[in-house]
Design a protein around this ligand. Sequence first.
Ligand code: NIG
Ligand code: FE
Length: 420
Amino acid sequence: MSRLLIKNAKALVGTHAPGVAIARGAEMARMPQVGNGWLLVENGRIAALGGMETLPAIGSDVTVIDATGRYVLPGWCDPHTHTVFAAPREEEFVDKINGLSYQEIAARGGGILNSARKLREMDEEALYKQAHLRLEEMMRQGTVAVEIKSGYGLTVESELKMLRVAKRLKDSMPLQVKTTLLAAHALPPEYKEDRTAYIDLICETLIPQVAAEGLADFVDVFCETNYFTVAEMERVLETGQRHDLRGKVHVNQFTSIGGVQAAVKHGALSVDHLEVMAPEDIDALVGHDTVPTLLPSCSFFLRIPYGPARQLMERGLPVALATDHNPGSTPSGNMNLVLSLACIQLRMLPEEAISAMTLNSAAAMDLSAELGSLTVGKRASLIITREVPSLAYLPYAFGSDHIDTVLIDGTVVRAGTLLA
Ligand code: NIG
Ligand code: FE
């Protein structure tokens, strides 16, 4: 049996009771903590924890980490990424500096279609190697679970290729990976004259095949003016439901067209982006389980509005945070940056933002029974910080690296000074 003891931690953060699946509204600021704590890992799981005054005799067959002055946090869960892609798009970044908008770049054949052209030409091995490097960097930055979408293939063959790459990453890397079919990301040029035929292809061919091969956990649609309509999204969500694939959808990034209401109606697990929310869009979420998921690093990069985190929390809703890591709108998979942006731009309190990127973001990818809090029985996937004066210092001192050690399932994936 492998055992590891973390002792003298300044605080264990997010010590929720077993069975707490999500934090809603005001609960998000009430982050349970154990000051001056210890935490025992056995066989990759959290076996016990408490305050130092309760530390029992542990025996000698145990690796000990002295975390004096440091916080122990649940690792970051990132429930919305497009981390499998063929190439960066920094030429479009320069176009944006010169004044073009995301929509203008897309209209010129850039954007998602640009990424799709490149991905179609790249083989699985090359895609896998690149994504592997990106995920390794994200793990070093504290990410212990990630959702990965397809959506740069836009043909049956290339969408399957993306999901096979994601599946291979899931099978070969320590972090938890959930996968999502996002064939309805942009209309492929081949279907310009017949949109219905592309939705037919998704519903009649892709979804059944992906479900049969167990290649995806969820289904997604970019429901947006000039991309896919609410009716088209509803067809995809209905078909997904019949194949046991819940929705995790892109809605209200640029315009409010009824996507939130339709996603809630179809029992979507999460609605993501939400930069442009009318009052009735927020109303539609109240009383339902669909998790509003905000992507502040996308707002930062595209210079678009930030999602209404405070309004959502004031209505008693849970908020989750994610990176949206992708080559077009968020070329960063760094959840620490998301933490700072959530506090600075969304005006979330540090505890609220941490709830949103641990317990709630685990819930937004159906992983909160396994991850998202320091709870006995959950996976020992956690962050030990450097010596920092307070929890608020993490988002406050933005851009600095505050992480010392990262464990996934009890295994060290980033060894800092503590294990030297
Ligand atoms: O979540 N909005 C749609 N999809 C991505 C961007 C994809 C791209 O530009 O490549 C997003 O921001
Ligand atoms: Fe996205």
